[in-house]
Ligand binder design. Structure first.
Ligand code: TYD
Length: 135
């Protein structure tokens, strides 16, 4: 399985408004242990710059626009999140850089586990070493 764009199930229309939702183990391939969101970021800012050893995440941008560049140590892939019905599944072991394209964009994350700093790899050279070891 690869990282992939997920279409979030959505009901409604332009007049009455819309409702989007996803369910663990049905629309996304893991149980959700944690939700967090990032906001109040200036356009042009960059965040992320890490990989996770085990954590899986679904990331979506209900307001604004962000660009996410994932990296598996060999290939980089760009994704634009700019719609409340669009999400990105990032599997374990992928480096990610996140660029804020629009002021005050909101980035939401559903994660497969609780916060654990030991699951992070924050140094890119260390990440390449980790990936090449085949961990
Ligand atoms: P981090 O994941 O590094 O954010 P970003 O990738 O957007 O730069 O998180 C920033 C800090 O927030 C981190 O050092 C610790 C804290 N934090 C928590 O305490 N719990 C959490 O669930 C998250 C995601 C972060």
């Amino acid at each position: 399985m690869n990282n992939s764009i997920i279409h979030i199930r959505t009901y409604g229309n332009r007049d009455e408004g819309k409702l989007s939702f996803f369910e663990e183990n049905k629309d996304i391939p893991f149980e959700i242990k944690r939700i967090y969101y990032i906001y109040g970021v200036k356009a042009g800012e960059k965040r992320g710059m890490h990989a996770h050893k085990k954590l899986q995440q679904v990331i979506w941008c209900p307001y604004g626009e962000v660009e996410i560049i994932t990296d598996d140590g060999e290939q980089k892939t760009n994704y634009i999140l700019n719609s409340p019905d669009k999400a990105l599944l990032i599997l374990k072991g992928h480096w990610r850089d996140i660029y804020w394209k629009k002021e005050n964009s909101v980035l939401c994350v559903a994660a497969s586990d609780y916060y654990d700093e030991t699951d992070y790899i924050r140094d890119y050279d260390e990440y390449l070493y980790y990936i090449k070891k085949g961990c």
